[in-house]
Design a protein around this ligand. Structure first.
Ligand code: FAD
Length: 401
């Protein structure tokens, strides 16, 4: 039996492999990974790993070494899958080898987007996606006094926070008029702006086109709002290009920038499944690119690969970000026409976005994981909420359980 082949040894690939074995699959399990490492977590790469100057933390593993060995994986690494041939049910690797499969799982994630030209080759212009990227950035940050971050999205802001903790002077350039505008409302954007400004970050929103030049080995940036400025280091955090090429070339249905899957993770080819960043959320129709989705949708899909009668994936969008001492959690996705209600006490602030019927569509909590938990229930149940109760810190939200 050709067994199951997984392309991509990241978070979703790792959880799928573990779940297949935990669910009793004892056939052949192959993983093709272009990274040399065992499965690992990416969220710490922009946070704890950058601050871990003496490298104590080590690889932020998903599972212990023993647990990975127990999965009895036939590893093909570091190697790349170059093509999927659905008619032959094989995968072609970049060493010329072909691997047959009975079922195939695509878990290829994404790679950082970079502008063309010097942005691609300047040694002091970095991006962050992998463990190796993080180690390189950590080393370079330790020697830098000034850092420019191009792109005020979540990863850029987390790197800004880590760099400030290390005493580096940070400038963030954001082309749009506000931070993280694609994933949150204007009120939360403003709170993020103030958070970073209070920590001494210079944030330049609406900066337009940025040009990069070399100034004696150091990167020099000029934007439509600022004169040329030379930095020790530049990090580009302008989003991700999802690794969809294999799926596209194999003729799988790709829409809205992601692989179309049903709630069991099955693509338009019944033998091929997709998980994690590359897989469109089957209800929301967008690629969430979050840790929780990568894990939970992969777990559901792996179970479904073994038994199509398993319950499908159903979960609202949820992600978090840690910046300075703030734990920021985002539940749901933004919807136009919603209105914002805030709730604040000494330690936390919550932004509720409600639709015209006062049902929750999105909420963002600064240091309030408990309210997020309640919000998950309200969102799933489409519960009608009372704005006056939400905004009153003396009203216990637990009463709305
Ligand atoms: P990945 O983890 O990217 O794994 C894909 C793997 O496939 C990679 O190893 C890739 O190299 C490999 N691959 C690709 N193509 C091929 C090929 N052709 N052949 C072989 N191998 C291939 N989410 C949150 O919710 N909260 C956070 O705080 C947060 N922080 C983050 C911080 C950073 C720095 C990053 C990069 C991401 C963060 N995320 C966070 C997002 C989260 O980590 C991702 O959503 C998650 O890793 C996606 O898992 P994945 O398995 O789909 O992709």
């Amino acid at each position: 039996d050709a067994g199951i082949v997984i392309i991509g040894g990241g978070q979703a690939g790792g959880w799928a492999a573990k779940t297949l074995r935990d669910s009793g699959y004892n056939g052949k399990l192959s993983v093709i990974s272009d990274e040399p490492h065992d499965f690992y977590e990416r969220p710490p790469l922009s946070k704890a790993v950058l601050l871990d100057q003496d490298g104590q933390l080590g690889l932020t593993r998903l599972f212990t070494e023993e647990a990975v060995a127990a999965l009895d994986i036939d590893w093909h690494r570091p190697l790349r899958a170059e093509a999927i041939l659905p008619a032959d049910k094989t995968v072609v690797l970049n060493n010329g080898e072909t691997l047959p499969y009975r079922q195939l799982l695509i878990a290829t994630g994404g790679r950082p987007r970079r502008p063309e030209g010097l942005w691609q080759s300047h040694p002091k212009v970095l991006t962050l996606r992998s463990w190796n990227d993080a180690v390189q950035l950590r080393t370079q940050l330790a020697q830098a006094k000034t850092l420019a971050i191009v792109g005020g999205g979540w990863i850029g802001l987390e790197i800004a926070a880590s760099a400030r903790k290390m005493g580096v002077a940070v400038t963030v350039f954001e082309r749009q008029s506000a931070l993280c505008l694609r994933s949150i409302g204007a009120e939360v954007s403003q709170a993020l702006l103030e958070l970073h400004q209070n920590q001494g970050v210079e944030v330049i929103c609406g900066c337009g086109e940025i040009t990069l030049n070399d100034d004696n080995g150091r990167p020099q940036l000029k934007s439509e709002l600022t004169e040329s400025q030379t930095f020790d280091l530049v990090v580009v955090g302008i989003g991700v290009i999802l690794n969809l090429e294999l799926a596209e070339q194999a003729g799988l249905t790709v829409r809205n920038g992601g692989i179309v899957v049903d709630d069991q993770g099955r693509t338009s080819d019944p033998s091929i499944f997709a998980v994690g960043d590359v897989a469109l959320h089957s209800q929301l129709g967008v690629c969430l690119q979050s840790w929780a989705y990568a894990q939970n949708q992969a777990v559901t899909t792996a179970r479904s690969m073994l038994d199509a009668g398993q319950p499908g994936y159903q979960e609202d969008a949820w992600l978090w970000s840690d910046q300075y001492s703030e734990n920021i959690q985002i539940l749901g996705i933004p919807a136009s026409g919603s209105h914002c209600i805030t709730r604040e006490d000494d330690h936390s602030k919550v932004y509720f976005y409600l639709n015209a019927d006062n049902q929750l569509v999105q909420m963002v909590a600064f240091n309030d994981a408990r309210t997020i938990k309640l919000g998950k229930r309200w969102l799933a149940a489409q519960r009608v909420l009372d704005p006056a109760q939400l905004s009153d810190p003396s009203f216990s939200l637990m009463a709305l359980k």
